[in-house]
Design a protein. Structure first.
Lengths: 105, 122
């Protein structure tokens, strides 16, 4: 099993700030990495796949980078609707998810 | 647009079988390039992939759950289902169904149902 870890667990920020979230895999997953946003009481929503490709309808302020074992999700100019939990997921092996980073005020 | 909706009993007794159905609307489950997945979420373990199936059969399972999981498809009803047997309290979770993209572009989950809470308790 590929174990995914995320840091920090919680990030307290203000609207308008630039936010960087980290995700690490226990072994190389190449570029087989996706990011999801989850709001309270809702299902996760796909943001990014293939490390850096935004899903349909996802604003350009969301961007992803990395390869191998280290990945980053950046939100440029945080908006009020972006306060949520962000999960990474690898699919180089059978799918596993990170525990999530909570972005709050 | 395609939508998924989970349904099933909210309460299951220990040692019994948890059975859930995912109804797919706004599109056909008979789509090449997609599998159909079950994922669960608990406060302790987070998101956990349970397994995925193609519309013509041939399911894939999380090795840690494989012995207890059956995922099947009913193309006539445009739905797929999950059976998880011998449940314990650790199987209490929100269960999601999702569309599992399957191709050269990757193997991620691009559409999700709203989720359903299943509680294991006597």
């Amino acid at each position: 099993e590929v174990v995914m870890t995320q840091s920090p667990a919680t990030l307290s920020v203000s609207p308008g700030e630039r936010v960087t979230l980290s995700c690490r895999a226990s072994q190389s997953v190449n570029r087989d990495l996706a990011w999801y946003q989850q709001k309270p009481g809702q299902a996760p929503r796909l943001l990014i796949y293939g490390v850096s490709t935004r899903a349909t309808g996802i604003p350009a302020r969301f961007s992803g980078s990395g390869s191998g074992t280290e990945f980053t999700l950046t939100i440029s100019g945080l908006q009020s609707e972006d306060f949520a939990v962000y999960h990474c997921q690898q699919y180089n092996y059978w799918p596993t998810f990170g525990p999530g980073t909570t972005v709050d005020i | 647009q395609l939508q998924l909706q989970e349904s099933g009993p909210g309460l299951v007794k220990p040692s019994e079988t948890l059975s859930l159905i995912c109804a797919v609307s706004g599109g056909s489950i008979r789509s090449d390039g997609f599998y159909w997945a079950w994922i669960r979420q608990t406060p302790g373990k987070g998101l956990e992939w349970i397994g995925s199936t193609f519309y013509s059969g041939g399911a894939l399972h999380n090795p840690s759950l494989k012995s207890r999981v059956t995922i099947s498809v009913d193309t006539s009803k445009n739905q797929f289902s999950l059976n998880l047997n011998s449940v314990t309290s650790s199987d209490t979770a929100v269960y999601y169904c999702a569309r599992h993209v399957w191709g050269s572009g990757g193997y991620y989950f691009d559409l999700w149902g709203p989720g359903t809470l299943a509680t294991v308790s006597s």
